[in-house]
Structure formats: structure tokens, C-alpha cells
Design a protein around this ligand. Structure first.
Ligand code: ZN
Length: 195
């Protein structure tokens, strides 16, 4: 399920804050894309963090959520705001030696109704790892809320799930890229330390 905020208004906010860039990009996967998205750039503004986290909080406000848990690093900012709005304890999981775990004395109590919050979901890998952490701790997975769904609608988390926006990813193999064929100069986000 997605938010009722108009998609074009959300996209305008993403463009205006530089979160969504349009042009010709080489992604870290090596694939080419006419878009590059960096969610942190929109969430640096309190009013937009509040707006998007607020959509997630509103969606789950009647689900008796007792705990918000986010995968580090991207999910922490959104998770903290959702937790604040719902007035519940908020923790995060982080990767150590490649494995996602909760540290810092954080706890998940058995049966605790937990909402996973993430900023952007593409393959869903980090979210699935947090689902495993919840299962191991015998917490109850009550839902998964994220700001941007980049999975092209492909993911199911075995729970209520909600995204503020579905933003389909368009990618091309380098040799089939129409932008390359038009001779458009390519940018590698990250290569200048900007992302
Ligand atoms: Zn290209």
C-alpha cells in the first residue's frame, strides 16, 4: 500500500532538494540510469522528514506499535521520527562483520509489536535481516514502513507494508543504454564524494 500524497508533489520535493537527480548516471552496480536517488538529501529538511515519516506513522497509528526498529544507517533518521510521532521506543540494528545485529544494549522483548522503518527499499535485504532479528528475539512483526519503494513492486515482507512513494527504477546495461547512444555525458555519483 502507498501513501495518498500526490506522487507528482512528492517528486517535486525530491527534485527541489536534490534527492532525485535526472540525467545520465552510472550506478554502483555498473548499470546506467536516467535517474539517481539519494534519500538522505530530502530527509535533511525537518519539514520533509516530518511529512514523510508522518505518513508512515499515520498509517500504523492504530496498530498498537510498541517498538520501532530500523536498519542502520539509512533507516535511522526516518525510524527515529516515526518512533517519536508514535511515542514508542525506537532502536536500530547495525551491521558488524557483515551481519546485521542489535547492539548498544538495545532489546526486543518477546511479543513486542514492532514496526520496521527504512528509508529506501530496493532488494529489501536489510529489512529481511531485521525481520530475522525480530523472529530470533520472538518480537512480533506488526508492519514494515518505508519512504521509497524502489523494488518495482516486487517485495513482500510477510506483514503489513506501506511505502510513501513507489519510484520505479529504470536501468540499462551500458551497451544497450539509449543515453550513451545519444552521446550524453555520464556521471558516476559517489566518484566526487557527493553521495
Ligand atoms: Zn549510458
Amino acid at each position: 500500500m502507498s501513501s495518498k500524497l500526490p506522487k507528482n508533489e512528492i517528486l517535486d520535493i525530491f527534485r527541489e532538494t536534490g534527492a532525485l537527480l535526472e540525467g545520465h548516471f552510472q550506478l554502483t552496480s555498473g548499470l546506467h540510469s536516467p535517474q539517481y536517488f539519494q534519500c538522505a538529501r530530502v530527509l535533511q529538511y525537518p519539514k520533509y522528514l516530518h511529512l514523510f515519516a508522518g505518513e508512515i506513522a499515520k498509517h500504523f497509528e492504530y496498530n498498537d506499535i510498541e517498538l520501532v526498529i530500523s536498519p542502520a544507517l539509512g533507516g535511522i533518521v526516518a525510524g527515529t521520527e516515526v518512533g517519536r510521532l508514535l511515542g514508542v521506543r525506537t532502536i536500530f540494528a547495525e551491521r558488524k562483520n557483515g551481519k546485521m545485529e542489535i547492539r548498544r544494549g538495545f532489546e526486543i522483548h518477546p511479543g513486542e509489536c514492532s514496526l520496521i522503518v527504512e528509508d529506501v527499499v530496493t532488494t529489501g535485504g536489510s529489512v529481511f535481516e531485521v525481520v530475522d532479528i525480530l523472529r530470533t528475539a520472538r518480537g512480533t512483526l506488526s508492519g514494515v514502513g518505508y519512504i521509497v519503494d524502489r523494488s518495482n513492486g516486487q517485495l513482500t515482507f510477510d506483514s503489513k507494508q506501506f511505502s510513501v512513494l513507489q519510484l520505479d527504477v529504470v536501468t540499462y546495461k551500458a551497451e544497450e543504454c539509449p543515453l550513451c547512444q545519444k552521446g550524453e555525458p555520464i556521471t558516476k555519483p559517489g566518484s566526487r564524494g557527493n553521495f
